[in-house]
Design a protein around this ligand. Structure first.
Ligand code: ADP
Ligand code: MG
Ligand code: ZN
Length: 608
């Protein structure tokens, strides 16, 4: 390819030079210049038939039919003579002369040559224009990332360990006729460590590792992405065994539109096609494993997942409580942690956090501690960091009206009391009326572990806890506010799942009905479609469950009306009440209740 380019260049240069030389030769040779004096004498003798003037340059024909050229030092004196002798005159403006003339000839030529040069480099996939963006990780450069850096993903790790084995000694596997996998797709929500895992594979396998982001392939210029793919595979095949890693492959691997050529989409399709061609193109004798990562497996073109391409898919889920603890342990090593730090509790209080969230939490906690000039990061810093991450920054500067504060205090107290008094609920962690993010207050519960199954009682109690806030407001202030909209949304969602997904409603029965929800990994089509009539039944059932829960919650809060006032008062004074303080409030209340019972009994006895 390179040689062709050079030959082409030389050809072009020679042609250009040839044209210039030929032009000069034409001018110099075909019309031998006539001395001006001779021209004048011929003119006097009426021997000149016609002339063509171009500035001072004169070309023309004499009466004998011969062409001639000459140069006139002074046109203005010549004109009357030409007219007097009846010479036919044509004229045009003078051309650029000298260096300018030369430049005018050569400059466009140079431009064309330059453009062609760049274009051909582009086609052949050189480095000048497209840029070789793939990063080659050499196993020994920098800090080596290993599987030990990626915590809490035991299953995925085992599967990927196998990939590492393939790369380390491919013969062992191919000897028995097994086909070494070509493509492995890592899929999972953002921040679960897919990129990290790919780097760890490189670190473990000690083979060259070519990494490229999916968006690197998508360029302004059509064809560049495709040529980058080809370039990447050529390079990799030369260095087999090795790994190619395409991060965020959904950037190029999205479903193809199917022929509608539309700008960027067209470019993406070309790139994807090039990738498919390359993946089909190498045989099992070349040990190149293509790793890819995505958090949108649902939008990937099905062609990518066919056998011989990314036929191995490894799912990396959001970590559970044990996973979170392991990830915490990895990241806690990077900071100076206080001895009092209770890692299991941090892990328990961060359900739904991804690995990246946990890494961020540890970092934020360290920053919080540093801001307070502490020597070590303490539990309190983790609490604050978590609040900051979960709810957005504390809006301390937002002044809440006293009225709003009171409503919020009763609302949160309502949640807390229902949670505390009902059985089968998660223990309370803390209650606060400090506004954070968009929430006015917050009642936080700590799940004991990541439950995999829930009892019907647990679920309906969750609905009651959620409704507790709104109902407390209603009981005390006798009016409704918008502060409970999130609670109502969650409660409705839970009730709907209870009916449609978990088959826990008596009227509907244990049948799973389809709901419109975008589940991760595209499992949203679970359940059967249903008729209009069933839809009405489902609606009615959801409404009934919620209103039953509301009634029970209302009764509970009425019965413990005094506790509601007490807790709300504590909240108004302290703003935040943690689990221990909550216990004290409840304990005092129950003791009081007991005392009253006793007194009532004594009173009754006295009467009797
Ligand atoms: P993804 O590619 O899945 O979006 P990353 O690999 O970019 O996630 O993760 C971002 C960061 O989060 C990592 O650099 C690491 O610090 C942290 N992290 C994520 N998952 C884990 C894990 N399982 N173990 C340890 N750290 C993790
Ligand atoms: Mg990533
Ligand atoms: Zn609420």
């Amino acid at each position: 390819m390179k040689n062709n380019v050079q030959i082409g260049l030389w050809l072009l240069l020679l042609t250009g030079l040839g044209i210039i030389v030929y032009n000069i030769w034409l001018r110099e040779t075909t019309y031998p210049p006539l001395p001006y004096t001779q021209f004048l004498s011929e003119l006097q003798q009426n021997k000149i038939l016609r002339v063509h003037l171009q500035g001072g340059a004169i070309s023309g024909e004499d009466s004998a039919g011969r062409d001639f050229t000459t140069y006139a030092p002074e046109i203005s004196t010549l004109m009357p003579l030409l007219l007097a002798h009846g010479v036919e005159i044509t004229a045009e403006p003078p051309p650029y002369e000298g260096a300018g003339g030369l430049a005018a000839t050569i400059l466009p030529l140079l431009l064309i040559m330059g453009g062609w040069f760049l274009f051909s480099r582009n086609r052949s996939g050189g480095t000048a224009f497209t840029g070789n963006r793939s990063k080659r990780f050499t196993p020994n450069s920098g800090r080596r990332i290993t599987f030990d850096d990626v915590a809490g993903i035991a299953e995925a790790r085992q599967e990927l360990q196998e990939v590492v084995e393939f790369l380390k000694n491919p013969e062992r596997f191919s000897r028995l006729g097994g086909r070494i996998p070509k493509g492995v797709l890592l899929q999972g929500p953002p921040g679960t460590g897919k990129t990290l895992l790919a780097k760890a594979i490189a670190g473990e396998a000690s083979v060259p590792f070519y990494s490229m982001g999916g968006s690197d392939f998508v360029e302004m210029f059509v064809g560049v992405g495709a040529s980058r793919v080809r370039e990447l595979f050529t390079e990799a095949k030369k260095n087999a065994p090795c790994i190619i890693f395409i991060d965020e492959i959904d950037a190029i691997g999205g479903k193809r539109s199917g022929g509608t050529a539309s700008g960027g989409g067209d470019e993406r399709e070309q790139t994807l096609n090039a990738l498919l061609v390359e993946m089909d193109g190498f045989g099992s004798e070349e040990t190149v494993i293509v790793l890819a990562a995505t958090n949108r497996p649902d939008i990937l073109d099905p062609a990518l997942l066919r056998p011989g391409r990314f036929d191995r898919q490894v799912t990396i889920p959001i970590p559970d409580v044990k996973g979170r603890l392991k990830i915490l342990e990895v990241h806690i090593k990077k900071i100076r942690a206080a001895k009092s730090l209770n890692l299991p509790e941090i892990a328990r209080s961060t359900p739904g956090f991804s690995g990246a969230d946990i890494a961020n939490l540890v970092n934020e906690a360290a920053l919080m501690a540093a801001r307070r000039n502490k020597d070590a990061v303490e539990m309190e810093d983790f609490d604050n960091a978590k609040d900051k991450i979960v709810m957005g920054l504390e809006r301390k500067n937002v002044v809440m009206s006293e009225e709003n504060r009171r409503i919020t205090a009763y609302h949160e107290a309502g949640h807390a009391i229902v949670a505390k008094l009902l059985p089968e609920t998660d223990p309370l962690h803390k209650v606060t009326i400090i506004p954070r993010g968009r929430a006015m207050g917050l009642t936080q519960q700590l799940p004991i572990d990541d439950r995999l199954t829930y009892s019907r009682e647990y679920i309906t109690n969750r609905i009651k806890i959620l409704m507790g806030g709104r109902i407390a407001e209603e009981l005390i202030f006798n009016r409704l506010t918008t502060g409970a909209s999130n609670d109502i949304l969650s409660a409705t969602e839970i009730a709907t799942r209870l009916v449609c997904e978990w088959g826990m409603s008596e009227t509907i029965g244990p049948v799973a009905y389809m709901q419109e929800q975008a589940g991760f990994l595209g499992n949203q089509s679970a359940g059967r479609p249903h008729s209009e009539r069933t839809a009405i039944l489902i609606d009615r059932e959801v409404k009934r469950i919620i209103s039953d829960c509301c009634d029970e919650t209302r009764n509970l809060l009425r019965q413990h009306n005094r506790l509601l006032h007490q807790l709300a008062e504590v909240l108004l004074v302290n703003e935040t009440v943690d689990a221990e303080e909550l216990d004290i409030v409840f304990h005092c209340y129950l003791k009081e209740l007991q005392k009253e019972e006793d007194m009532k009994r004594q009173h009754r006895c006295a009467i009797a």
